[in-house]
Design a protein around this ligand. Structure first.
Ligand SMILES: NC(=O)c1ccc[n+]([C@@H]2O[C@H](COP(=O)([O-])OP(=O)(O)OC[C@H]3O[C@@H](n4cnc5c(N)ncnc54)[C@H](OP(=O)(O)O)[C@@H]3O)[C@@H](O)[C@H]2O)c1
Length: 279
């Protein structure tokens, strides 16, 4: 029997692209669901379908004949939850059955980290729509850490809270393992790095890796909003930026798990190892 074709959203992005390449290397037929076909990775036996999550007709066409879908959470947007719900409705409407979704650790409706709310409601909605799904509740991406300093300092209201940065490579390894196995378990899985670090630890590791010292400056919530006011970002985005630190202070990111080892078969990368690879 031919191997079923797996649908991959976000294939033009960091995680979706990694997952698509891994599955293609293993000979899995794919359908890459992208908004811009010119940026879709060129892979063997990979069909290209053009769809945005909110475009019902295009998403139904893109997912018809697909039983298992990798649903990458969209860019943070005020209507992101509506986009996710539309994508889920289309997939269900097209007869889809199983989803692997990129969620967030401790996603709850009352999470301090506001971007986690969409993830909670997206997971709930997949349950309501009767989908079998594995939610990868990812910790803070290690890949984001080098982008945090501004003028040599990471500034934010993370206090002495701890987080477990996880490399996108490791997240992709877990996603690929779950997608390829039709009997893979469903449920919510925390996906974390191997160690709990404070933001001061992360700053020190970043300084060590780059040879340029990085400070961690603790801000109050008010100072955090004030120092970001110049970006002229919409409120939901400012809230997300500030509460990504405040969520760490509140302990929401202080989660360690064995998910990478369990599904990918190797230990997760430490932040030090991740940063060393950047050269
Ligand atoms: N855990 C963390 O620390 C953390 C940090 C940042 C983001 N995230 C979340 O994790 C997700 C995956 O991470 P990543 O690094 O792979 O992000 P990424 O490189 O920005 O890729 C996101 C992908 O999703 C696609 N996409 C976004 N909105 C879409 C929509 N409405 N319809 C169709 N496709 C859409 C993008 O398509 P285009 O190329 O067409 O734009 C892109 O391919 C992010 O999208 C975000 O939700 C988590």
């Amino acid at each position: 029997m031919p191997q079923p074709r797996i649908g991959i959203t976000g294939a033009t992005g960091g995680i979706g692209g990694r997952v698509a390449r891994q599955l293609a290397e293993r000979g899995v037929p794919l359908r890459l669901i992208v908004r811009d076909p010119a940026r879709a990775p060129k892979l063997p036996d990979a069909e290209i379908a053009v769809a945005s999550y909110a475009d019902r007709e295009a998403m139904i066409a893109a997912t018809t004949g697909i039983g298992t879908l990798f649903l990458v959470s969209g860019f943070e947007a005020a209507d992101r939850l509506a986009q996710h719900k539309a994508a889920i409705d289309s997939f269900v409407g097209a007869g889809g059955e199983r989803v692997v979704y990129t969620s967030f650790v401790n996603c709850r409706p009352d999470a301090v980290f506001t971007f986690a709310h969409d993830h909670y409601y997206t997971e709930q909605y997949m349950t309501v729509r009767g989908l079998a799904f594995a939610a990868l509740r990812n910790n803070f991406y290690a890949d984001m850490v080098p982008r945090l300093p501004v003028d040599g300092a990471i500034r934010g209201p993370a206090g002495n809270g701890r987080f477990a940065p996880v490399a996108r490579d490791d997240v992709a390894d877990v996603a690929a393992a779950l997608l390829i196995d039709p009997a893979a378990p469903t449920g919510a899985f925390d996906v974390t790095g191997p160690e709990l670090l404070t933001m001061a630890d992360a700053a020190a590791l970043l300084g060590e890796a780059t040879g340029r010292p990085v400070a961690y400056v603790k801000e109050t919530i008010e100072e955090a909003y004030a120092s970001r006011a110049g970006f002229d970002a919409p409120k939901f985005e400012l809230d997300g930026w500030v509460t990504s630190y405040a969520g760490i202070a509140a302990g929401e990111f202080a989660v360690l798990s064995d998910t990478v080892e369990r599904f990918a078969g190797h230990p997760p990368m430490s932040l030090r190892a991740f940063l060393a690879r950047l050269g």
